[in-house]
Write a new protein. Structure first.
Length: 147
């Protein structure tokens, strides 16, 4: 099953789960669940309060909303986020989707609570015919399967 859910820490918080803006939109809008101030040259992980479950051979790619760079001089620090299927309920952070934002401008910028900052797009992916995994278990949350 593919669906967004609130993580435990934000269950009592009143916010909508991500939606697509139009019937032809590919991306689900992701918003900040807290107000976050980002100083020039600083990177902050912006919490969404969300986790996402998906099927095998699926990934959710996270892209910035186009207005982020144009209006606020902010960008995703990792350019494109990759949310793997096994990130869901990962130890330590429950699979919390955090958006790493970099302020490349000269002024502090505030991400407002509930401001849409990114979009998640689900895709299926292929594997090579001779695919072998190292059989690592996800032991951490954000940013790495082995750290």
């Amino acid at each position: 099953m593919r669906k967004f859910e609130k993580i435990t820490a934000y269950q009592q918080e009143s916010f909508d789960l991500p939606k697509r803006s139009t019937s032809h939109s590919a991306g689900y809008d992701l918003a900040s669940v807290e107000e976050v101030l980002i100083q020039p040259g600083e990177i902050k992980k912006v919490p969404t309060g969300l986790k996402v479950s998906m099927q095998d051979n699926e990934v959710m790619l996270v892209f910035p909303r186009s207005s982020l760079g144009l209006k606020k001089q902010l960008m995703l620090a990792n350019n494109v986020g990759v949310i793997d299927q096994d990130y869901y309920n990962s130890p330590g952070n429950e699979g919390h989707i955090m958006i790493p934002i970099y302020n490349f401008g000269n002024n502090p910028q505030t991400i407002e609570k509930y401001e849409r900052i990114a979009q998640g797009i689900f895709i299926t992916y292929l594997k090579t015919d001779d695919d072998e995994t190292v059989d690592e278990k996800r032991i951490s949350g954000f940013g790495s399967t082995d750290k």
